[in-house]
Design a protein around this ligand. Structure first.
Ligand SMILES: Nc1nc2c(ncn2[C@@H]2O[C@H](COP(=O)(O)OP(=O)(O)OP(=O)(O)O)[C@@H](O)[C@H]2O)c(=O)[nH]1
Ligand SMILES: [Mg+2]
Length: 293
């Protein structure tokens, strides 16, 4: 048996969470078309006859970090680089930015081997651009391997799985055979609600909110959950609730449906919106909401 931990790192929005979900074959980490969707280190487990690969999804490393929350996100990502067996550096096909450059810089000092994953190849209109692109990328640093793939279509994902298992050490499984993520249901409820909010709300607001699961009861095939959506100002609360509560209702319905799909239970979900002024820059509030290293 082989087993080990693999950190998945890269700038925001390159598809790290999509990749981890595709590898695990289940949704363990939320995905949205906006940067800074992932806010914690999230473990997803791939079980195979040859062993167990534990992928650690991380917040996208970003350069502007004006608030304590941003700094926490970067620290959570960088903390994943210690004590892993392998690092996957995820970039987007045909799109190399200063933020990728900054991630590359952070990878100079790491001990673990680094594999390069060139994601979103499905978006390349001109596939002949891929090879020269990869040549440019590998000129910047040596990689244990390079795998172009698409987390969305699953194209070439197996090539990555082979490269990963080839580099994991021999060892006993880290998780029981039926467990595929490192977190519990309360975390899932909060994250699913946050995903729906990020998707429903305009650009800036998602960064000002966090979701806290308040209660969770399972009665047979029924799951009762309530969660609080915390925002920074009264005005934001109004937007999250929407006119006549329409926005909150839409978010609640989408979250409930997904939770029903994920748990197989019938779900009753109650959502509240509360204000905690300036929480994204308040260390005590961050700690309370689970943003602690
Ligand atoms: N076309 C295409 N889109 C992808 C692919 N992988 C991810 N995406 C999209 O890219 C966007 C960002 O995906 P995420 O998985 O949330 O990206 P991330 O790197 O985890 O982002 P952060 O958590 O914010 O750092 C979403 O809209 C995904 O659907 C892919 O292989 N092809
Ligand atoms: Mg993510």
């Amino acid at each position: 048996m082989r087993s080990g931990m693999i950190a998945v790192i890269g700038r925001p929005n390159v598809g790290k969470s999509s990749l981890v979900n595709a590898l695990v074959g289940k949704k363990v980490s939320i995905v949205a078309p906006k940067p800074q969707t992932t806010r914690h280190r999230i473990q997803g487990v791939l079980h195979r006859p040859e062993g167990q690969a534990v992928f650690v999804d991380t917040p996208g490393l970003h350069r502007r970090a004006p608030r304590a929350l941003n700094r926490y996100l970067n620290e959570a990502a960088l903390g994943s680089l210690r004590d892993v067996d392998l690092i996957l550096f995820v970039v987007e096909a045909g799109r190399w930015t200063e933020e990728d450059e900054a991630v590359l810089e952070r990878l100079r000092a790491v001990r673990a081997p680094v594999g390069l994953v060139v994601n979103k190849v499905d978006r390349l209109e001109d596939k002949t651009r891929l090879l020269p692109d990869i040549e440019r990328l590998t000129a910047l640093r040596e990689y244990a391997f390079v795998v172009p793939l698409s987390a969305r279509t699953g194209n070439n994902l197996e090539a990555l799985v082979r490269e990963v298992f080839a580099r994991l050490p021999e060892g006993p499984p880290l998780y029981p055979p039926d467990q595929y993520c490192g977190h519990g249901l309360a975390f899932t409820v909060a994250e699913v609600v946050r995903e729906k909010l990020v998707r429903a709300l305009a650009q800036e607001l998602p960064y000002a909110l966090t979701v806290e699961t308040e209660s969770l009861e399972r009665e047979g095939a029924l799951l009762r959950a309530s969660a609080v959506i915390w925002v920074e100002r009264e005005g934001q609360k109004k937007i999250v609730i929407g006119e006549d509560g329409v926005m909150l209702k839409r978010v609640g319905t989408a979250a409930r449906r997904e939770l029903e799909f994920l748990t197989g239970a019938r779900v009753f979900l109650k959502l509240w919106v509360r204000v905690k002024e300036n929480w994204t820059d308040d260390p005590a509030a961050l700690q309370r909401f689970g943003y602690v290293e």
